[in-house]
Design a protein around this ligand. Structure first.
Ligand SMILES: NC(=O)c1ccc[n+]([C@@H]2O[C@H](COP(=O)([O-])OP(=O)(O)OC[C@H]3O[C@@H](n4cnc5c(N)ncnc54)[C@H](O)[C@@H]3O)[C@@H](O)[C@H]2O)c1
Length: 344
């Protein structure tokens, strides 16, 4: 089977492409190599892929690629993904995340693609209240696939818009897409503007580690290889037109995530610096993913403890990559913080 994977030079898309290559799929990658894209993530499987440097919102280019490659399936990871960047420049998320997804669906429909899997996010559901006696963690089961979409950031609004087009394409044309809504991912090869690799990079260089607010925000963390497995399960067994949540195994407060990293690296908690909260910062994300567990037999294989140890070990073994990327992103993160301080 030939599968066209968009955004496969990114963090999760590359993990999926590596898994697909190990299973013998023919892989066509379409990726515009934005600041977050890096072909080094695909270095081990370069022989198994055909790579196109193209933006998914570019329809004529997409037409050429679909005509030439005739993919059987499409898996759409390509997106602008950083919430903070979406706060600074909301409109820049519409092309890749909304128009791009719509283009791909139209191209797939016209070129007879048999299966389309779209990667959404748990953030489309909005936030849950912090609950429970300790003020943070509780077990209310999280969002189900039937919950309404209440996105709070420009990023999640763009993802929810794409999800609405998925629905509209089904109702209007009968073109059905299987959708995955994963929770926060972590693991090797993540760009260090996101919490876990940023914390590791800062700790490595003994710099202060910025933690938004008091670090009480809660997420479930999904190891990236488990997420790739969930997407594969949906590609191979998922029902077109259905949505599948894929959550991480445990709820964690951000501050505990940071402490867990520092403990693994033998670094002091004095490095933690609480900074003014991100505007509109969602308090808590949690997913009820009993549907994918029951219908497709998927569940996360990696506990947070195991996954965090593997992640820290990987970055310590790939310091050059991590610090090079952190260098690229450093100026951006500083100006971002200054802009947030001004707004507050
Ligand atoms: N990282 C997470 O925690 C998480 C959680 C849930 C859902 N998701 C979703 O999973 C997908 C992948 O996320 P990620 O963390 O791997 O992202 P990432 O930022 O690491 O990678 C995104 C990739 O998409 C490419 N890209 C960006 N705009 C493009 C365009 N217009 N055309 C073609 N390629 C383009 C980039 O070059 C990059 O390779 C996204 O759709 C994201 O919304 C991510």
């Amino acid at each position: 089977m030939k599968v066209l994977v968009t955004g496969a030079a990114g963090f999760i898309g590359s993990a999926f492409a590596r898994l697909a290559a190990s299973k013998g799929y023919q892989i066509v990658v379409v990726d515009s190599l934005s600041y977050a894209g890096d072909r080094q993530r695909l270095a081990h499987i370069e022989n198994a892929i055909t790579f196109y440097n193209a933006g998914i919102e570019n329809k004529p280019r997409g037409e050429e690629i679909f005509r030439k490659e005739k993919p059987d399936a499409v898996v759409n990871f390509a997106a602008e993904t950083h919430v903070d960047r979406s706060i600074l420049d909301p409109a820049s998320f519409i092309g890749p995340n909304v128009a791009g997804t719509l283009n791909l669906m139209e191209l797939s429909m016209h070129h007879g693609v048999k299966k389309f899997v779209h990667i959404s996010t748990d953030e489309v559901y909005g936030e849950l209240p912090l609950g429970g006696a300790d003020g943070a963690l509780d077990s209310d089961g999280g969002f189900t696939e039937a919950d309404p979409l209440r996105p709070n950031s420009p990023y999640s609004a763009s993802k929810a818009s794409a999800d609405m087009f998925v629905r509209a394409m089904e109702r209007t044309y009968g073109f059905k897409v299987a959708m995955v809504r994963p929770s926060n991912n972590y693991g090797p090869w993540q760009y260090p503007e996101k919490l876990i690799p940023l914390t590791i990079a800062k700790a490595l260089t003994d710099q202060k580690i910025p933690v938004y607010g008091q670090g009480l925000n809660v997420r479930t963390w999904l190891f990236v290889e488990d997420c790739a497995g969930a997407v594969m399960a949906v590609l191979e067994k998922g029902v077109p037109g259905e949505i599948y949540n894929a959550g991480g195994p445990e709820l964690k407060q951000n501050i505990d995530v940071v402490r867990g990293i520092l403990a693994r690296m033998g670094k002091s908690e004095d490095l933690i610096e609480f900074v003014k909260d991100r505007p509109g910062h969602d308090l808590k994300y949690a997913l009820n993913d009993s549907k994918i567990r029951r219908d497709l037999g998927w569940k996360p294989a990696t506990s947070f403890d195991q996954g965090l140890t593997r992640t820290v070990d990987w970055y310590l073994a790939h310091k050059d990559w991590l610090l090079k990327k952190k260098e690229e992103t450093g100026g951006f993160l500083k100006s971002l913080r200054e802009r947030f301080e001004k707004k507050a």
